[in-house]
Design a protein around this ligand. Sequence first.
Ligand code: ADP
Ligand code: 5GP
Length: 206
Amino acid sequence: MRAERGILIVLSGPSGAGKSTVIKSLMKRRSDIRFSVSATTRQPRPGERDGEDYFFITREAFDELIAQDAFLEHAEYVGNCYGTPAAPVEKDLAAGYNVLLDIEVQGAAQVMAKRPDAVSVFLCPPSLAELERRLRGRGTDSEEKIVGRLKTARQEYKLLDQYAYIVVNDDADTAAAELDAIITAHLCRSENRIQFIADAKGEELS
Ligand code: ADP
Ligand code: 5GP
């Protein structure tokens, strides 16, 4: 069953918590999700693809998009800029897809202020020690960036209570199953089902 209009899902969590890993697992479970590809000024990591993981753009191009009001939200994170292009999100929602944003806490707050109907989920690592292990194990960040990301993680934890749901990523498949369940539950909320019921009643009467 495809809803008239999809729901917006905001997923945040410290860098290294496993958001990309859990999202990949979630996308295998569900075909009704579209991942919102953000723009960023940071350098691609090995294996990351332009237009798939991110749109990798210059600071000038990023500022130009801000000037054009092309972002649903944008923020700076450990020295780089990140933003959600608004048009693809609107297009996918209007087509009935559920759109998943992988964004940090400042951007998430902007989205939740604009779109209170969004469902917000914070993905936590089991501990800060494990977060550090994962950041080092990923092997993609300099020591300076790892220290910055760990410091930022402590700040992010202070905003946990802004989120409707918290998922602990101990085992990635279990975390994906929990995220899947949250999305299913949210889709079953009455405000997201009203159109479906109206259509079903129409069928009954005809
Ligand atoms: P994020 O997108 O939140 O920055 P990643 O998905 O890149 O995080 O994961 C960071 C590192 O942790 C990667 O090397 C990934 O393979 C690893 N990882 C992710 N989830 C788990 C998990 N549940 N258990 C162990 N390692 C994990
Ligand atoms: P990374 O560099 O590890 O891919 O991402 C760093 C942080 O930026 C993560 O917390 C990620 O969720 C966040 N992020 C990615 N895209 C966006 C975006 O479009 N907007 C905002 N505000 N944060 C983003």
